[in-house]
Design a protein around this ligand. Structure first.
Ligand SMILES: Nc1ncnc2c1ncn2[C@@H]1O[C@H](COP(=O)(O)OP(=O)(O)OP(=O)(O)O)[C@@H](O)[C@H]1O
Length: 444
């Protein structure tokens, strides 16, 4: 966030050093393709911000606008406190690494690393020191005299990163730098990127559609869908307290359980979530109870992560579901149970799509009427309880509750199963996916 101060009698914007601020930034490609829609986002000085979202949501476009490789259609881009909409790329002091970090094939690794410093006419002793230091940090010091063609994919990406960061840019942009590497190499390089970037303290914006990368690397994660920012926060905030059902489902290594429940307040004694065969009660002492009670008599969506559920003995009398184990799945580090409990799962509501409503002239088609129609269609569809496959979200409607069991399966297939629900981990949404009970994010 940037702010205004009274400076020499005039109001002016004050930004932290090496910050990136997107103020209502929109990108429309020729042919009226809306790629980024009114984006407001900031990466603070030295921050590691991860842009996460499904393919085509506009992550690379955003990065390319920051680098100066694409023009901003409207809105303001501020780099290091300066309005940068029309600043040529070379004046932005931004370095970028792509999926396939292209290297100069006829230069050695040392030559590739030193090139940006040679161009900047840096003292050869400084060049030598920096290349040596960086090659050690990136574990490529043994390859310094080799040509890129003789390196593995992981080594080439290390050189590409080293070459980008060697001249100590103010802003470091990375566009899925690990996506072409195998799983082991990704994990290894992930740790090295984190260590390197933090040791240099450079403001970094990192694009990925891999949620593990986002959770492990980010100071903050910004989640996008269809050109629109959906949520932004620390990894823990986004995971534990997502703004929408879409965000909750997107940031979930196992599938999110999403169930429909009717809100009731019997004799005003407590708030009840009625799933049909099961009920959960939320006491009035719970800070979320009042917000949920506003939906009394209507349906809401209840999100339960598999790790917020646990197998418990028959005698357990806390909040729980009863069901039967339909299947068990071994994932190496954990087992998952699929428990048939008679409360059908719901599809994840897709956030509104500005691209569908966009008429190419920068105006929404249908205006408020179109928006209302979209919301009502979503609600009606949900109430009809459609069949499993839903277009768009790619997330299926299930009748099973997915329960994380840990390293040992507590149940066998066909066992009767009592599933404890951690009420603190419930997430409640309207039928169109907006969070109802988010009271916890402040102060985290
Ligand atoms: N040069 C272009 N001309 C027209 N449309 C474009 C252009 N580049 C991208 N787009 C469109 O803009 C939207 C956003 O694309 P972008 O590459 O930014 O998404 P992304 O989130 O980075 O996707 P991915 O993860 O698949 O790389 C997509 O609908 C894409 O088809």
């Amino acid at each position: 966030m940037y702010y205004l101060i009274n400076h020499s009698g005039t109001w002016c914007k004050v930004l932290p050093m090496s910050s990136v601020v997107l103020d209502n930034v929109t990108k429309i490609y020729p042919g009226h393709h809306l790629a980024v829609d009114r984006m407001n986002l900031q990466a603070g000085d030295g921050e590691f911000l991860v842009l996460l979202g499904p393919s085509g949501c506009g992550k690379s476009t955003l990065l390319r606008m920051i680098a100066g490789l694409e023009e901003v259609t409207s809105g303001d881009l501020w780099l290091d406190g300066k309005l940068a909409n029309h600043l040529p790329p070379r004046e932005r002091d931004v370095a970028m690494v792509f999926q396939n970090g292209a290297l100069y094939p006829h230069r050695s690794v040392r030559g590739n690393l030193s090139f940006p410093l040679e161009i900047a006419k840096t003292d050869p002793n400084v060049v030598n020191d920096r290349v040596t230091e960086l090659s050690r940090a990136l574990h490529i010091d043994e390859t310094l005299d080799r040509r890129p063609g003789t390196l593995s994919g992981g080594q080439r990406q290390r050189v590409a990163m080293g070459r980008a960061i060697v001249r100590q840019p103010k802003i470091f942009l990375m566009d899925e730098p690990l996506s072409n590497l195998d799983a082991g190499m990704r994990t290894e390089l992930r740790m090295e990127i984190s260590a390197l970037v933090r040791s240099v303290g450079v403001t970094t914006i990192y694009v990925t559609h891999d949620q593990v990368e986002a959770l492990t690397l980010a100071d903050r994660i910004a989640i996008m869908n269809r050109g629109v920012l959906q949520d932004v926060g620390t990894p823990a905030q986004i995971y534990n307290d997502p703004a929408t059902a879409f965000v909750a489902a997107f940031l979930n290594s196992q599938q999110l359980n999403l169930l429909a429940a009717t809100v009731r307040t019997p004799q005003n004694q407590y708030v009840m979530l009625d799933f049909g065969p099961h009920q959960l009660t939320v006491p009035w002492s719970d800070p979320r109870a009042y917000a949920i009670s506003q939906y009394t008599g209507t349906q809401v969506l209840v999100g339960l992560r598999p790790d917020g559920l646990a197998p418990v003995p028959e005698s357990y009398d806390g909040p729980s579901f009863l069901g039967r184990v339909r299947a068990l799945e071994y994932h190496g580090h954990e087992w998952l149970a699929y428990v048939e409990c008679g409360a059908p799962g719901m599809p994840v509501p897709e956030p509104p799509d500005p691209r569908a409503a966009f008429n190419g002239n920068g105006r929404e088609r249908g205006g408020l009427g179109g928006l209302v129609k979209r919301l009502f269609t979503t609600r009606a569809q949900a109430e009809e309880r459609p069949e499993p496959e839903q277009p768009g979200s790619g997330i299926h409607r299930r009748t099973d509750l997915i329960v994380r069991l840990g390293v040992r399966p507590a149940w066998r297939v066909n066992d009767a199963a009592k599933v404890a629900v951690d009420l603190a981990r419930l997430m409640i949404f309207t039928m169109d996916g907006t969070r109802i009970d988010s009271t916890r994010r402040a102060g985290k």
